[in-house]
Design a protein around this ligand. Sequence first.
Ligand code: HEC
Length: 147
Amino acid sequence: MKRALVAGLVVALAAGSALAWDAASDIKARQAGMKQIGGNMKGLYDTLSGDKNPAKLKEYAANIQRLSGQLPSWFPAGSGPSSGEKTKALAAVWTDPAGFKAAGDAFKTEAAKLNAAAQTGDAAKVQAAFVATRGTCKGCHDKYQAK
Ligand code: HEC
């Protein structure tokens, strides 16, 4: 009886710490993904402000579109502020799933247009699509990311 109780406790403790570890690694992966999006947006901005190299525009825009498809998977349940881990993701991500999904979809839509513009190699088109895409970052951050 006592032995079963101890065994149960050990299992419960292991499960608890696994959960905390998962939240921490989920948050790290999410922040790394966001950094990649940020790095590609910066690369695109710098290229648009610089030599406008069409190959670079295509590469950055393709990366951004690819990452926009992955973004929704970066917010598993339990990886929010209630995990006790350090994150800027607000609880609203999980309490307002429809609004959060809409913000993610807006980004995905604009990232697809951005990539399509980049494939034409027309820097003016890429510039306009870049501004629209950046607006969708702000649209989500304003509501779902802590200041
Ligand atoms: C659908 C919502 C959403 C969209 C769209 C979005 N983000 Fe984020 N972003 C977040 C949230 C939430 C965080 C906070 C993550 C955390 O701390 O766990 C974040 C964090 C970040 C960070 C900080 C990462 C770090 O080092 O902690 C950067 C940089 C970033 N986003 C860039 C961007 C850019 C650039 C775009 C648009 C091209 C974008 N994001 C689009 C929700 C979004």
